[in-house]
Design a protein around this ligand. Structure first.
Ligand code: SAM
Length: 234
């Protein structure tokens, strides 16, 4: 198997699809809570949804259950992950297949039709994108007026002391849960593929892309949930 730095971020995740659910809990201290908080503030109704980075379908299954009438587009560059999500959705929601669309694409390449979605949501995936501003601009275009972006991810702290403390806490958690091989693989992946931003940088990019009301609605250690809206034009 290739080392993480010898492949892409999605090549790395795709190759571990079958063990992903266990691994992600070894390296993401708040994984379950992050998903819960990401879902907490969702609108009651969302007719057209895009999930960026469906992975093994953890968030995808929740979205399908919560919005049984919505059209949901699941995007991920790892075909193994898309196949896994597709299979899990088919098993859990056999009568909803016509509501789901699956796209194997890099976020960097995906284009959205103008105003074609009400909600764009993503969990621990967008930190793999080098040019997030370009992605946010395309998402803004793709959202209908009043549409919302909701991002769960890990974010750096602006204050260096806080950053040092929380990064060390995170590494301690990972060392307690990972084997030596898993830890080695994780650190190689982080160095090669993770492009974390601070919340301040995230808000600046969202505003520059045209979004209104960027906010952080929950934070615990590195994990946080960010929201912003494509405001209606008056
Ligand atoms: C850490 S997993 C998160 C999966 C899922 N959202 C979850 O909460 O468990 C990151 C996902 O993003 C995908 N990914 C990483 N970089 C990508 C890129 N540039 N374009 C598209 N997908 C990418 C990976 O294949 C992987 O499925």
């Amino acid at each position: 198997m290739l080392r993480p730095s010898e492949t892409t971020a999605f090549g790395y995740w795709g190759a571990m699809a079958e063990r992903y659910d266990t691994h992600i809990r070894h390296v993401c201290p708040n994984y379950t809570e992050l998903l819960t908080r990401l879902l907490d503030g969702l609108p009651d109704e969302a007719g057209r949804i895009v999930e960026l980075g469906c992975g093994s379908g953890g968030l995808s299954l929740e979205l399908a259950a919560r919005y049984p009438r919505a059209s949901i587009t699941f995007i991920d560059a790892a075909v193994e992950m898309v196949d896994l999500t597709k299979a899990r959705l088919a098993a859990a929601h056999p009568s909803s297949a016509e509501h789901f669309r699956f796209i194997v694409s890099r976020f960097e390449d995906v284009q959205f039709n103008e105003g074609s979605f009400d909600l764009v949501i993503s969990n621990i995936s967008l930190h793999h994108v080098q040019d997030q501003l370009s992605l946010f601009r395309r998402i803004w275009q793709g959202l209908a007026l009043g549409g919302r972006i909701r991002i769960g991810d890990h974010f750096l702290f602006s204050n260096p002391t806080e950053q040092t403390i929380h990064w060390a806490n995170w590494l301690t958690y990972c060392r307690e849960n990972c084997s030596d091989a898993e830890m080695d693989e994780l650190l190689d992946h982080v160095t090669a593929h993770d492009r974390y931003t601070t919340l301040a940088e995230q808000f600046t990019m969202l505003l520059a892309a045209g979004f209104a009301t960027p906010d952080c609605v929950w934070r615990s250690g590195l994990a946080a949930v960010v929201t912003a809206d494509r405001a209606p034009m008056f």
